[in-house]
Write a protein that binds this ligand. Sequence first.
Ligand code: AQP
Length: 342
Amino acid sequence: KELVFSGVQPTGNLHLGNYLGAIKRFVAMQEQYDCIYCVVDMHAITVPQNPTDLTRQIREVTAAFLAAGIDPKRHIVFNQSQVPQHAELAWVFNCVARLGWLNRMTQFKDKAGKDRENASVGLYAYPSLMAADILVYRATHVPVGEDQKQHLELTRDIAQKFNNDWAESIAAHGFGDAFFPLTEPMIQGPATRVMSLRDGSKKMSKSDPSDYSRINLTDDADTIAQKVRKAKTDPEPLPSEVEGLKARPEAENLVAIYAALMDTTPEEVLRQHGGSQFSGFKAALVDVAVTKLSPVADEMRRLMADPGHIDAVLADGSARARALASVTMDAVKDIVGFVRAR
Ligand code: AQP
């Protein structure tokens, strides 16, 4: 059975990259798939978090899911820490994944920086927990941005090694020749890697110290206009073919953002705007960004005024997620050979 899983970290400053690369695409998957969308709060504490801020940010990501149009009744919206099976399966996966595999992860290298000895063990083991998030539901499809590609490849490696290492037991327990599916990453659309507005070689990121590098989902119209106007560009007008965007990362980024907001392609955007100066194109981009993002921001603000409602959505989603996850985890315990209270 096809099932979608994905997650967003409640680490502050949800931005246009998170929206176009992930949340907007989560919304689009709802018609075709059963979907599970998770606020991955246990991932957030792999780096230091202020508890009060973390609580607010968990509610804020949930509000963003709902405001963007995810239906928590037809699908599942919950926070990771409320479903203990994620951590349980992550432990088993820590014993499946090899040190050499984790040593290759570029996100760890980027986030740990130079002071690697001081990074948390959790930050290092992050990809095992991410594999558990996905595989505890035996999810088949995972919509994410380009930056998560390497972690999804690792998830497939973990699934495959688990299936191989316990092949006999998996068959003996009636699960055939594979227990975990090899998950398909869904890295699609024009905005799989939204870049910083200040530097076309860096991805738009929550942790960039410059607020002008990103458009936050909660920015008002004036702020969006100011950030787009100040966005770095080159002096040439827009080309009329996408080939003309090569080696022009800032131009390519603004065209991709426009295309993703409008649900169209960069080709189509250039058909309309090829030859325009950036001053004109930026004004058009501000219009589109404000029109598409303001309703989401307004709805987020409305939802954030009633934390009780958000918490109730998470509690309901968590209960439903636990019911699914416990079935997988019981099977894993049987496969591994743990004695289980029945
Ligand atoms: N710039 C981006 N373009 C497209 N997609 C992006 N995503 C993140 N940045 C971009 C996607 O958003 C989802 C949630 O990401 P996350 O919460 O796990 O955060 P992250 O990937 O660590 O990136 P952030 O938000 O920029 O945080 P920091 O500053 O900590 O690196 C994922 O599907 C991700 O691919």
